[in-house]
Design a protein around this ligand. Sequence first.
Ligand code: GBH
Length: 496
Amino acid sequence: RADQTGLSRCDFPEDFIFGASASAFQYEGAVDEGGRKPSIWDIFAANPRNIADGSSPNITDDQYHHYTDDVLLLKNLGMDSYRFSISWTRVFHDGRVNPEGIAYYNNLIDALLEHGIKPFVTIYHWDLPQTLQDKFGGWLSRDIVDEYLRFADFCFQAFGDRVKNWLTFNEPHQLVNGGYVQGYYAPGRCTGCPQGNSSTEPYIVGHHLLLAHAKAVKLYRRKYKVNQRGVIGMTLDSFWYEPYSSLPRDIAAARRALDFELGWFLHPITFGDYPQSMRLYVGDRLPAFTVEESRDLRNSMDFVGLNHYTSRYTQDNPWPSNVRPGYESDSHTHFLTQRNGNPIGGTTGTWLYVVPWGLYNVLNHVKENYNNPPIIITENGGLVMLVTGFLKSNFPGLVDIADSNTFSDKFIKDGARVQFYESYLTSLQQAIADGVDVRGYYAWSFLDNWEWNNGYSQRFGLYYVDYTTLKRYPKHSALWFKQFLSNTKCSVLETM
Ligand code: GBH
């Protein structure tokens, strides 16, 4: 049964928001339609060697053409909100607006609102216009700050009458780590890659992201907030880092790991500067903020957006030798997925170990070290590897989407992901009960989608997508969420 634990939205505060998350490049497809121009991810993915399954993101879920049906699916699930991002090259390029691109987002936003679903918009989810990469090197150049500001200004102006929840960026740490340290994300730079230098570039890019964020928030507050009355934040990603042992040096190392991932951005947008540990370990390779920049950064968010998936054990690593010089070794940490032969949590055969208590700990870490800010969990979700080429005939229980609004045993069996959601939501409930100010939770992801360098080989969706027919099929997790959200008789009076 989908409702085994009896956990429901009634176990959360009354005005708590539940939603599903997505991003433009992973969902939209239609890369050459409606006047859209290439982003750095179009160029990066055009080389199949950059993508695990060699796949193309050109069609993916084709949400560009399926958004009306997708909104109905969200409605059917009972979601309060939908988080998506705006494709920069669809709406705005070379200083010019593209009416067709604007029309698309207007239609999507209006369709959501028509069904009572709150749009939650990420302004930038990694798909930089290639023209800006070519012109001055993208995020490596300070010129990007004003370009981003123009784009953000445009988004507030065009959509802010209806969009009340904004995120300046998705996962700056992951963008930098993938694009400038590991090289597995666009624009594919790292030490040892054909281009790049991971001892300096990650910190420069991170700095520009922060300056762009602060300017956009300042602009929103000065120019739009009075009339539009929305809130704005940034989505940060963080694993939980558990000390491998009770040795003080391992405890300090775990704290450093959190500083280098979460604090790198959360510290500046709360207190106006980088964490002390980063200043100490990175030295003069870490750029400095002017007094004015620091002032603009301080408290430059109405809430903290948090993407959290998994956890690692952490050891102190005084002499890192097994990694490239730079960001990877600067924190002098070593990460492990097991201790004394025991994995840190349930395994999924990938990076994603199931560690629900890690969510509890990372939330309390934010509460205790960053003045107890409002938090919205903007992504959380489990991963089950499904065989590529999965066919309907392999799953006789599968039913067509039209029948999915009734509970039955007919759905794609992703029971491990149901357990993931149950366990993490239980941990979240405990964190809230213990005083962490969490206001919302968004599942990653609404649909299966193009998982960046992993292509279509990793499926995070509540809905399964058949990429040949583009039909969406509910998984067990979708039905579990529907049941979880359908309990609206929360007060004692109503249930009597
Ligand atoms: C988020 O990225 C993104 O916001 C979203 O677009 C993405 O689809 C989602 O999460 C799911 O991944 O431990 O060395 O093997 C997170 C990107 C990529 C982070 C893989 C962890 C594993 C690094 N994740 N990475 S490792």
